[in-house]
Design a binder for this molecule. Structure first.
Ligand code: MRU
Length: 342
């Protein structure tokens, strides 16, 4: 099972909306399909969205017929901007799109740019897998044999190019022979935890127990949960971290119960221009995600509903951020952006 692959002249994307019951892959040759795939949550998870953006742009470079370099650049800039408007909290999309944009300066005419864009998109994909494996190795020492680790949303292979960030740490600990168990929060309203994290771990043979989001405090108080590891969508310079809505609540409970709370993420999603989490843009999604479970309407017609898709965990609630460059310990004291200079 994988989220996305580049096939030379097409992009293959797993339709994650259909999980866990149906594993359907779509093959896209038109960049617009990739754009809608991101917008409609067929593919999701901050790193995977960035990879999809890059591959979508590489595909567009093949779709755009113009042989005039100026016209080609103009059209590609318009398309890159369109990809940038698909999701707004995850920072890697913008990093990946900027890398693709810089390919527009490649010499060798339109053909030179097309080739460079394809190579860059594949590089972004391959680098992400390597980064996640390194994050896994850097974080696995924090997990002890016998631990029950809680996670929220899906920061696994399907949220990335492969292996995962939070689930990468869990996978690496298991590969080292540690016997651990995972409590996966269902992650209302989109249920990435129930539909995707539980499926990934179950298929890997890693013991997983599904709980609803509101049960986390109960299991922390009962002493069941020993560690919490989640992913991230964007990290401000001071270490405040945006992740799937509900993460903040778990972090407050973890602090109350003295449970280590870890973020596993690449340094590429640290946004040094944002002083604190208050500046992180929070995507607000359609209220239908809250009003419906599947096709079933569960709320009265016409009532007021809000659906912020992410929340911000203050750095002071984070024990450490696990990155490919090592640990950012106590980000509440030290901030996070210093690691970019390492
Ligand atoms: O709305 P989604 O499913 O794209 O949100 C995903 C998350 O919030 C993940 O936890 C985050 O992107 C980290 S994935 C490595």
């Amino acid at each position: 099972m994988y989220a996305i692959k580049w096939n030379g002249d097409s992009v293959v994307i797993l339709d994650q909306r259909l999980l866990p019951l149906n594993e359907t892959y779509h093959t896209y040759t038109n960049y617009m399909d990739v754009l809608y795939s991101i917008k409609d949550m067929e593919i999701r998870g901050a790193p995977a969205i960035g990879v999809a953006g890059a591959m979508g742009v590489a595909l567009a470079a093949k779709n755009v017929a113009s042989e005039s370099v100026d016209e080609f650049r103009q059209e590609m800039n318009r398309i890159i901007d369109a990809f940038a408007s698909t999701r707004k909290t995850g920072f890697f999309l913008f990093i990946a799109l900027n890398r693709m944009k810089s390919m527009l300066d490649t010499p060798g005419g339109v053909r030179g740019i097309r080739d460079a864009m394809e190579a860059e998109a594949v590089k972004i994909y391959e680098e992400d897998i390597e980064i996640n494996r390194t994050i896994g190795r850097n974080g696995s020492g924090l997990i002890q044999d016998g631990d029950v680790v809680m996670t929220h949303c899906n920061a696994g292979a399907l949220a990335t190019a492969g292996y995962g960030t939070a689930l990468g740490v869990i996978r690496a600990a298991v590969e080292e022979g540690k016997k651990i168990e995972v409590y996966a929060c269902e992650t209302r309203p989109y249920l990435q935890g129930a539909r995707i994290t539980a499926l990934e771990l179950f298929r890997d043979g890693i013991p997983v127990t599904l709980i609803t989001d509101s049960m986390s405090g109960h299991f922390m108080k009962a002493g069941v949960i020993k560690k919490i590891v989640v992913g991230a969508d964007r990290i401000a310079a001071n270490g405040d971290t945006a992740n799937k809505v509900g993460t903040y609540t778990h972090s407050v409970l973890a602090r109350e119960h003295g449970i280590p709370f870890y973020i596993a993420a690449s340094v590429t999603i640290i946004d040094p221009d944002l002083k604190s989490g208050e500046e992180i843009p929070i995507e607000e999604r359609t209220v239908d995600e809250v009003a419906f479970v599947g096709r079933e309407q569960i709320a009265p017609e016409g009532i007021s509903i809000r659906n912020p898709s992410f929340d911000v965990t203050p750095a002071k609630n984070i024990t450490a951020i696990i990155t490919e460059k090592g640990l950012i310990e106590n980000p509440g004291v030290n901030g996070a952006s210093w690691i970019l200079k390492k």
